[in-house]
Write a protein that binds this ligand. Structure first.
Ligand code: ZN
Ligand code: ZN
Length: 697
């Protein structure tokens, strides 16, 4: 042995722990060992990692499997929410896509570990298996943001949370879940009182008048809510709001703070919400008080740029008031942890993460006003103040749960049946302009109220829906009221089209011409024609009864598999995490096109008598496709589905729990009803006539 042999790079390759080579990644100091540049590129990567006392690695997940060998120190390893202690000598393995973080629990000593990672696609399925094996909730409360009764609902409202929550609830029922759709009217927001002044009514009169119109429109649209709560008529609502307030106040979770607020000297009133307008302090868009529809940011009215009183146009003065404040800024970490385990789209998640990173604002939860629920404190400073509607909103969802209990035979049980029970879950639908409130303010209020509550498991949001490319505006007459379109077009055609153009991830637009063309192309020429042709074939060849299957061809096996795949894809489109009415309507139309093509190809067996067995199988499969269409379409188009179901000869209506991952035959020998015929009619009209009906009355 000579010294030269050790120095030669080709014989002994060695790296030493070297702080000069550390780089910061995932919140730790890393010295990357493999791949070893110029030496070897193995099918794995490896690095020394050093975590300072009290520090944690960034909580993250990735496609590689990874193992940690702890060399020195002690800490805690958390993988998918489960935490175990580790110390020198411990080895941890985490499967791909499992969220993990390692924390150094020592106050003085570094934690040093070797991390080794490699990609193995066969490990990927583990996460999916784990998710699939997670028990589904037995009971779900689906909610949509309460409509503001400052006007009747236009198509933009319907295309957003109201229809979407209806689709999801009906789907859950088909899957055998006890699903309830709860909503109510937002009577205590200032816009109602101001609308009342325009209509020459008191606030409560205006609320009653407008809420009645809204409920009628929801009914016309086939939006079947189990609970529609009128806050002032509910025996549950106000006591729960007061209980909620009392608990937060006693626990010191609310603070009385004095600060400036806009005040109109001419109108002699404190300005917020509908009473003040200006430009958003975050994005500069024109807004009214408290919320910006453009960026989703919030303001405290006093920070509006170029503020003015909406009643008289004067620039407000700043007056100091003592108000109640919820210190939301303290809940960033707790919210971060909650949001990580909550289902939502990337747009909402990034919005929340950005606001948390920038620092959340503290929020005033009382305002100088006599509209709403009075602040229940003796302190004379709060004598003329009411609770902010978004504070009330937290307890509103407890009240919904209790009203759901009433309609589902569990009246004696409290809201805990949904808010604390391990087999229940809550899914909330709302528009992007409410992002801040549903994803940040309300969860923080719930955490302040009781950290053990089971908060909503999923948020499903929508963007704005436009009319001919422009924002809906009832005051400018640029709107189509839901009732106007529903009065002249079949409601399932309206529901189909609003689903087809649902503003899921970007703004979309309603145009009359596209509505008519889509109904004509997809529903009249697509679905209706296929069903009519199918009915005629079964009548001519099988005397109008469902044939039994016989021998199979390979095309027929393929077609059955396609039906199974369509069912799986439709389930995805209805689930909260992957919710997409747009995708659903396209899947249904594609199912019809595929079935019709299949049917046309199969017709050739009619000419070959020795293939009558296969001919029967083909017809049975086509009828099965019609059954699948009825089931998959029923959450979006309940009228159509019910009629198609009868057309297939079923005497009992389509029941909850009827969803079939592997579709089962329409029973052989079952006599078909009226399978063909007119399900949808062509609608002709013009926007102008409909828009005229949207001018507020
Ligand atoms: Zn803004
Ligand atoms: Zn004024």
């Amino acid at each position: 042995m000579t010294a030269a042999r050790y120095e030669g790079k080709t014989t002994v390759n060695v790296q030493h722990l070297d702080p000069q080579r550390f780089l910061q990644a995932y919140g730790v100091d890393l010295q990357v060992l493999y791949p070893w540049e110029g030496v070897v590129e193995p099918p794995f990567g490896a690095a020394w990692a050093i975590l300072a006392p009290g520090q944690s690695t960034k909580s993250h997940q990735h496609q590689e499997g990874e193992t940690f060998f702890v060399a020195r120190g002690e800490g805690e390893m958390t993988v998918d929410g489960e935490t175990v202690p580790v110390r020198a000598g411990s080895v941890v393995f985490q499967d791909p896509f499992h969220e993990h973080t390692l924390t150094n629990t020592s106050a003085t000593e570094d934690l040093m570990f070797l991390t080794v990672w490699w990609e193995d696609r066969s490990l990927w399925a583990k996460k999916e298996e784990k998710e699939a094996a997670a028990p589904a909730p037995r009971r779900v409360m689906v909610t949509a943001a309460p409509p503001t009764p400052n006007g009747d609902l236009h198509l933009g409202h319907l295309a957003g949370p109201y229809l979407c929550a209806d689709f999801h609830t009906r789907y859950l029922r088909l899957r055998g879940v006890d699903a309830f759709y709860a909503c109510g009217s937002d009577d205590h927001c200032m816009y109602v009182e101001r609308m009342g002044e325009k209509l020459g009514m008191t606030g409560p009169e205006a609320a009653a008048h407008l809420v009645a119109a809204i409920e009628e429109t929801l009914g016309m649209a086939g939006i079947a809510m189990d609970v529609f709560m009128h806050p002032d008529a509910s025996a549950r609502f106000e006591p729960l709001v007061l209980e909620f307030f009392d608990r937060l106040w006693r626990a010191g979770k609310l603070e009385a703070r004095e600060g400036p607020s806009p005040y109109c000297e001419r109108c002699e009133r404190y300005l917020f919400e509908a009473d003040v307008a200006g430009r958003c302090p975050h994005c500069g868009a024109g807004v009214t008080g408290n919320t910006c529809e453009s960026c989703g940011g919030v303001n405290d009215s006093i920070d509006l740029v170029e503020a003015r009183c909406t009643q008289c146009g004067a620039a407000p003065a700043a007056r100091r008031f003592r108000r109640l404040i919820f210190p939301l800024s303290r809940y960033g970490d707790a919210l971060g942890a909650y949001l990580r385990r909550t289902t939502m789209n990337a747009r909402l998640r990034s919005f929340c993460e950005r606001l948390i990173a920038d620092g959340l604002p503290d929020v005033a939860v009382s305002h100088v006003s006599d509209w709403g629920i009075r602040v229940p404190l003796e302190d004379p400073d709060f004598a003329g103040q009411t609770l902010y509607v978004w504070f009330e909103m937290a307890a509103r969802y407890f009240a919904y749960a209790e009203h759901v209990n009433e309609v589902s035979g569990a009246a004696a049980e409290g809201y805990s049946r949904f808010w604390r029970s391990g087999d229940a879950s809550i899914v909330q639908f709302f528009g992007v302009d409410n992002n801040f409130y549903y994803a940040l303010l309300l969860p923080a209020l719930y955490l302040a109220f009781d950290a053990e509550l089971r908060l909503p498991a999923a948020f499903v949001t929508n963007e704005f829906y436009r009319l001919d490319g422009q924002k809906f505006s009832t005051s400018r007459g640029h709107a189509i009221l839901g009732r106007a379109l529903l009065a002249e077009a079949p409601r399932d055609a309206v529901r189909f089209y609003l689903a087809h153009t649902c503003p899921e991830h970007e703004e979309t637009s309603f145009t009359r011409a596209d509505f008519e063309a889509t109904v004509e192309r997809e529903l009249v020429w697509g679905w209706q024609r296929w069903l009519t042709e199918l009915a005629a074939k079964v009548a001519a060849e099988c005397g109008g009864t469902v044939p039994a299957t016989g021998d199979w061809t390979s095309e027929q096996r393929w077609f059955y598999r396609r039906l199974e795949q369509t069912v799986a894809e439709a389930a995805e489109a209805y689930e909260a995490a992957t919710f997409s009415p747009q995708r659903l309507t396209r899947l249904l139309s594609e199912l019809v096109r595929t079935a019709r093509r299949f049917g046309k190809a199969e017709d050739c067996w009619r000419q070959v008598p020795q293939r009558s067995q296969e001919r029967r199988t083909g017809l049975a499969l086509e009828l099965l496709a019609a059954k699948v269409l009825a089931i998959l379409a029923s959450p979006v188009m309940p009228d159509f589905a019910a009629r198609l179901w009868r057309g297939l000869g079923y005497e009992q209506p389509l029941r909850p729990g009827s969803w079939e991952p592997s579709p089962a035959w329409v029973p052989a020998g079952q006599r078909l009803g009226e399978l063909g015929g007119e399900y949808f009619r062509t609608v002709n009209g013009s926007n102008d006539r409909l828009a005229a009906a949207a001018v507020p009355s």
